[in-house]
Ligand binder design. Structure first.
Ligand code: FAD
Length: 443
């Protein structure tokens, strides 16, 4: 079998490695325009921060690919002919395939702001962006970042590390308003303050102003404020990269449409990772998943189908993690930004503002836990997923909280206080919890 994979990100590479394992004699070619070798996109910021070098964020040595008979081609796939099963590359080469995997990832999503093509204005998605940022932020004093999401806070931290005064524009009334409840967002806000990053909430970008050399010199916000800046980071999300499939028989919507086997509308053509849109996502799942671990899961799943073992993609319990400056964040299951009907929410926060735990659970008899948010503490993935998956009642979860934490000391120190607050917030569950009093007295 000749397998051609477009994209050497986590999705394409996981699929390649899985196919190599399942079908040792497959001929596998990976095409990528961005880099000769696979690297961890999630670690891009650490290169700018100076914590790692580019070679440190490559999970495999350069010899690994030849050793595993994975052919790498550094070029752009410019044309796809699904009838003759041929892909044309920017270097003029044509590659035939028996099976084709589209793992083309995302591109930064930009609105149509006046001035967005000025020098010093950019998003952060890949290595070329990192190189531009390195060059264009050198020696500058002020920068603006648009976007109150994960990449927005990463850009702010990167700028802060170089002593550049950063202002972040956030459309919502609090940080990551579409995802984080206000209480958790307040802790992130505290991180911005401690790192001297200014934030303008309920504020959007209106116009980007140029100097006489075509470089950004300031932005005007929707609040009418003019903020001087020599660099502007646009972190307003990403959208599936559809360039190669445009004008082909491969059906698209916002992403490349795939069924549960990650098969596109065209035989022998598959799509997975950031670029794919599930026609029928599972219950509680979203059609487009733009995460590292879901790319890896989809890459592994599609490899089985490609090798003749049709396997349906099921993500399982939602999980995500991030870091807001010094504050670690993990989420499991469903924890929406706004309170939900039929769901109760227990929230504990340490007075120091660096630790918080939220546990959502059904307010209906059974009182099954539905989601966790953790800030400043690390929960065990498998335990949280199991509790949510088996609809464990909140009182059992509270009684065993320590099992979910990596650091038993942490729970010895804070669990009694969490239980006290839980009992205060939810006295109807308190009787069960009080039975554990004897256990705490031993701590
Ligand atoms: C700065 C940053 C930080 C992130 N941090 C996190 C995080 O902490 N946690 C998390 O879960 N997720 C994070 N993400 C998201 C995560 O990195 C992506 O979900 C994941 O990398 C997607 O993997 P992928 O293989 O589907 O696509 P990609 O990694 O985008 O790989 C696709 C590759 O295909 C190439 N390509 C596209 N079209 C062509 C073509 N026509 N010809 C040749 N090559 C082509 C692209 O250049 C790219 O190299 C982050 C993303 C960014 C940008």
């Amino acid at each position: 079998m000749r397998l051609l994979i477009i994209g050497n990100g986590i999705t394409g590479v996981t699929a390649a490695l899985t196919v190599r394992r399942l079908q040792p004699d497959a001929q596998i070619t990976l095409v990528s325009e961005e880099s000769a070798h696979h690297y961890s996109r999630t670690a891009l910021m650490y290169v700018y921060l100076g914590h790692m070098r580019y070679q440190d964020i490559k999970p495999y040595e350069d010899w690994f690919w030849a050793e595993n008979r994975l052919e790498l081609v550094e070029a752009t796939a410019t044309r796809l002919d699904t009838t003759s099963q041929l892909v044309t590359l920017s270097n003029g080469q044509q590659l035939g395939y028996d099976k084709l995997l589209l793992a083309t990832g995302s591109v930064s999503r930009l609105a149509d702001w006046p001035g967005q093509n000025l020098a010093g204005v950019q998003g952060l998605y890949g290595l070329p962006d990192l190189a531009r940022m390195e060059r264009d932020t050198h020696g500058i004093r002020q920068a603006v970042v648009v976007g109150g999401g994960l990449i927005g806070v990463e850009l702010a931290e990167m700028l802060h590390s170089r002593g550049i005064e950063a202002t972040v524009l956030v459309r919502d009334s609090h940080y990551w308003g579409s995802v984080l409840p206000a209480a958790e967002a307040r802790l992130v806000d505290q991180q911005f303050e401690e790192h001297h990053v200014a934030v303008r909430y309920r504020t959007e970008l209106a116009e980007i102003l140029s100097d006489d050399q075509g470089r950004v010199r300031a932005v005007r916000t929707t609040a009418g404020e003019e903020l001087p800046c020599q660099w502007l980071g646009l972190a307003t999300g990403v959208t599936p990269n559809l360039t190669l499939v445009q004008g082909t028989a491969v059906e698209t919507d916002r992403g490349i449409l795939v069924d549960e086997h990650l098969q596109t509308s065209v035989p022998h053509v598959y799509a997975a990772g950031d670029c794919a849109q599930h026609r029928q996502p599972g219950q509680g799942e979203v059609p487009i998943e733009q995460l590292w671990y879901t790319g890896r899961m989809q890459g592994e799943t599609v490899a089985h189908t490609i090798c003749g073992k049709p396997t349906a993609y099921r993500r399982g319990i939602w999980f995500n993690s991030a870091k807001f400056f010094a504050l670690e964040y993990q989420t499991y299951g469903r924890v929406p930004a706004q309170p939900e009907a039929g769901i109760d929410s227990f929230y504990w926060e340490h007075p120091g503002g660096r630790l918080a735990l939220r546990i959502n659970f059904s307010s209906m008899p059974g009182f099954a836990v539905t989601g966790f948010n953790a800030l400043g503490l690390r929960l065990r993935h498998e335990i949280c997923a199991q509790w949510i998956g088996t609809q464990t009642p909140i009182r059992e979860v509270m009684a065993q909280l320590g099992a979910a934490n990596f650091d038993p000391e942490f729970y010895r120190q804070y669990e009694p206080e969490m239980i006290r607050q839980f009992n205060q917030q939810f006295p109807q569950h308190a009787a069960v919890l009080q039975r554990r009093k004897g256990l705490f007295s031993r701590l």
